[in-house]
Design a binder for this molecule. Structure first.
Ligand SMILES: Cc1cc2nc3c(=O)[nH]c(=O)nc-3n(C[C@H](O)[C@H](O)[C@H](O)COP(=O)(O)O)c2cc1C
Length: 140
């Protein structure tokens, strides 16, 4: 069986947070991720995407290649890529966290400062926030 891996990246969004474009991304994730054994979460606000992907390494590599070609965001910055022993979003194709002021703010909600620091090269607090999130679903 392929090694289970995790990848976390930050990028700049080129789409509106509550838009058909975002709905298309959610739909693609629901359609494709389970098929490839990928689970994870996506934090979205008016400026950034922060995505955590977990799954078999070859599947993650393929997904990252598609993401790099995607023109709905730019400046993909990989914050972490490493082997994983247990998934944190086991039962979720892609759990969405809405970081816009008008939305209900729950789950993973990084501060603008944490996001900008990560973009400048210090992702410590952002990664701590993700690591502190309670795992969902069965532990495997
Ligand atoms: C920030 C961001 C996150 C995305 N996350 C996923 C994802 O988790 N799964 C997925 O299949 N596509 C995701 N996409 C879309 C892919 O880049 C690509 O458009 C999609 O996988 C193509 O799917 P299709 O071949 O079924 O049309 C994301 C795009 C963006 C901009």
């Amino acid at each position: 069986m392929a090694q289970l891996s995790e990848c976390i990246y930050l990028s700049r969004s080129l789409i509106a947070p509550h838009s058909v474009d975002l709905l298309d991304i959610e739909r693609a994730a629901q359609r494709n991720n389970p098929q490839h054994g990928i689970s994870g979460c996506l934090y979205v606000d008016a400026t950034f995407f922060l995505q955590l992907l977990e799954g078999p390494e070859p599947a993650l590599k393929g997904m990252l290649a598609a993401l790099r070609r995607d023109r709905r965001h730019i400046g993909m910055l990989i914050l972490r890529e490493r082997p994983l022993s247990q998934r944190r979003f086991a039962d979720r194709a892609m759990m969405i966290f809405d970081g816009t002021a008008s939305g209900v703010r729950s789950g993973i909600q990084p501060s603008p400062l944490d996001l900008h620091e990560a973009e400048k090269g210090d992702a410590t607090r952002l990664l701590q926030l993700l690591d502190g999130f309670e795992p969902t679903g069965p532990r495997h």
